[in-house]
Design a protein around this ligand. Structure first.
Ligand SMILES: C[S@@+](CC[C@H](N)C(=O)[O-])C[C@H]1O[C@@H](n2cnc3c(N)ncnc32)[C@H](O)[C@@H]1O
Length: 163
């Protein structure tokens, strides 16, 4: 498969997962946490899908497309290893949806480099919340969920926060 095909498939999978996750949290209170602003594409999609939700975005170096810059009060700037624990102290387990799109850029390294992240996501999520991630998260409070059929196996992962 060419890199272009692979890139397109990754974005299609991402969109399918975000669409699915947004409808799965309908009727459930809670914040949305976007981990990794990058260009702002997935943030932009989430805010379009969930216009009435508070969406907090975590990023150490915010340089998105200017049309996708979150309002200052919802942009948490800094290393997530520090900003997420601080956010947890302020808000507790308050998220209905967490989208994990932070990466080292080296496939296969994320689960090691961000070894602390699954427990942190579990701590920020309300019981029943959905955590969608571009890489597998291993934690006993995060129960794997089946994804929409069009998402190729292993391309995206989703979990429900169990009590
Ligand atoms: C794959 S990009 C996010 C793409 C974005 N969701 C989009 O659709 O455009 C990952 C982002 O995570 C950020 N990042 C990586 N490690 C981080 C860390 N430890 N703390 C905060 N941000 C981090 C990078 O700066 C990068 O912008």
């Amino acid at each position: 498969m060419s890199r272009l095909d692979s890139f397109i498939r990754r974005l299609e999978a991402q969109r399918a997962v975000l669409n699915w996750a947004a409808s799965a949290i309908r009727g459930r209170d809670g914040l949305v946490l976007e981990l990794g602003l990058g260009n702002g594409r997935t943030y932009d999609h989430l805010r379009e899908l969930l216009p009435n939700r508070e969406i907090y975005v975590f990023e150490r170096n915010p340089q998105p497309n200017p049309r996708s810059m979150p309002p200052a009060e919802f942009l948490v700037v800094g290393d997530m290893a520090e900003t997420l624990p601080a956010f947890e102290k302020r808000h507790g387990a308050a998220a209905a949806l967490i989208h994990v799109d932070v990466t080292t850029g080296v496939p296969g390294r994320d689960a090691i480099a961000f070894g602390w992240l699954p427990a942190q996501a579990a701590a920020l999520a309300t019981a029943g919340a959905i955590i969608a991630s571009g890489w597998a998260l291993d934690h006993d409070k995060l129960e794997p969920m089946p994804l929409p059929q069009e998402v190729p196996k292993g391309r995206y992962f989703a979990y429900r926060r169990v009590p």
